[in-house]
Design a protein around this ligand. Structure first.
Ligand code: 99T
Length: 204
């Protein structure tokens, strides 16, 4: 299989962590893409019309996107403990946490594009503040409501949250999330030591 890859993308990182955690790394060849929302990649656009990474091209040419679809696909391809409950209310709770982790990444990526890519005279502080508030509310909610769930296993939801926090460290270190959410920080300090997280850490 071929994975359209960028080492800085937290969405790609989720997929890479799942490949590590489920022992499927050798099934995938990485295809590096220099990704920007205003300067797409032709081959990627052909496979994923929305032009975003990650996308996974299977052996038969079928292309899967986005990251949540790919992670769930990979979770059905190994014989170890599933990384997402297959049924029941736990499945929907974990999927909602996965979605929340992705939404933190979306808000942070939006901030990155607004503050880095958009021409300086067109930048909008109100937009940046709103993204920060989304992230703050989500992190506070994770700390107050979901820490025990996160600590119960490194599944797709926990992988998503870990990759979202890693991305905040990469792109918004000034956000200072650890001071605001010490419980989440303690949890993250532990999971960041996992070989899958170390191997997929974005280059400094
Ligand atoms: O927006 C674009 O055209 C290009 N952006 C991307 O490909 C980003 C890379 S993270 N990917 C996504 O936004 C994927 C989101 C999708 N819902 C998923 O796969 O889950 C770039 C981070 C950075 O450069 O800082």
């Amino acid at each position: 299989m071929i994975l359209f890859h960028s080492p800085l993308s937290p969405f790609v990182r989720k997929v890479m962590v799942v490949l590590h955690e489920t022992g499927q790394l050798d099934r995938v060849t990485l295809l590096p893409v220099n990704i920007s929302p205003v300067n797409g990649d032709e081959e990627l656009n052909r496979d994923n019309p929305i032009g975003k990474v990650p996308a996974l091209r299977l052996e038969d040419g079928t292309v899967l996107h986005d990251s949540r679809v790919i992670c769930e696909f990979l979770d059905l391809q190994h014989v170890g403990t599933p990384l997402l409950p297959r049924e029941g209310s736990a499945r929907w709770r974990r999927m909602t946490l996965m979605a929340q982790a992705d939404a933190i990444m979306d808000a942070s990526v939006s901030s990155r594009y607004e503050s880095f890519l958009r021409p300086e005279d067109k930048r909008w502080d109100g937009w940046l503040n709103a993204q920060s508030e989304k992230i703050s509310r989500s992190l506070a909610n994770l700390e107050q409501e979901h820490l025990a769930e996160l600590a119960s296993g490194f599944d797709l939801a926990a992988i998503g949250v870990a990759c979202a926090l890693g991305y905040l460290d990469l792109r918004q270190p000034e956000f200072g999330w650890r001071e605001r959410q010490p419980g989440l920080a303690a949890w993250y300090a532990q999971v960041a030591e996992r070989p899958s997280m170390i191997a997929t850490a974005p280059p400094a």
